[in-house]
Ligand binder design. Structure first.
Ligand SMILES: O=c1ccn([C@H]2C[C@H](O)[C@@H](CO)O2)c(=O)[nH]1
Ligand SMILES: [Zn+2]
Length: 130
C-alpha cells in the first residue's frame, strides 16, 4: 500500500470512531475495512448497559461487511485514542482471522498518526482454525 492509501483508510477509521456509542467506558474505537471486492465498510464500538453485549469496532465493521458481500479482508484499519497503536482484543483477533488471508493488511493506529502494519500471523500467532 502507498502512504496515501494507508492515510485514507486510517482517516476513514478515525471518522467511524465518531459514531461510537460508549456511555460506559468513554473509550471510542473506529474501524474501516476494504473487502476483496474493493468496497469499504466502517464500524465503531457499540456498548450496552449489560456490558457483555458490547460490540467492538472491528467486529461491527466485519459483520457489516460480511452482510454486504465481503468474502475476505483486503485491508482493515483500527484506531483509538491510545498512546501507541491500538491493540485489538482477543475476540476481535479471532474474528479478523476468520475473514483474513495471508495477504490481508492489518493497520493498527491512533489519533496522533502512529501506526503499525501486521499480517494475521503477527496479530494472532498459532491461531485456531478449522
Ligand atoms: O479491540 C477492541 C477492544 C475494545 N473495544 C471497545 C469495547 C469497549 O466499548 C471499549 C472498552 O473496552 O473499547 C473495541 O472496540 N475494540
Ligand atoms: Zn474487540
Amino acid at each position: 500500500m502507498t502512504e496515501a492509501e494507508i492515510q485514507d483508510i486510517v482517516n476513514k477509521a478515525i471518522q467511524a470512531r465518531e459514531r461510537a456509542y460508549t456511555p460506559y467506558s468513554n473509550f471510542k474505537v473506529g474501524a474501516a475495512l476494504i473487502d476483496n471486492n474493493g468496497n469499504t465498510h466502517i464500524g465503531a464500538n457499540i456498548e450496552n448497559g449489560s456490558y457483555g453485549l458490547t460490540n467492538c469496532a472491528e467486529r461491527t465493521a466485519i459483520f457489516t461487511a460480511k452482510t454486504q458481500g465481503m468474502e475476505s479482508i483486503s485491508v482493515i484499519a483500527i484506531v483509538a485514542d491510545t498512546t501507541g497503536p491500538v491493540s485489538p482484543c482477543g475476540a476481535c483477533r479471532q474474528v479478523i482471522s476468520e475473514f483474513a488471508n495471508d495477504d490481508s493488511v492489518i493497520i493498527l493506529g491512533n489519533l496522533k498518526g502512529d501506526y503499525k502494519i501486521l499480517d494475521i500471523d503477527e496479530l494472532l500467532p498459532y491461531r485456531f482454525k478449522l
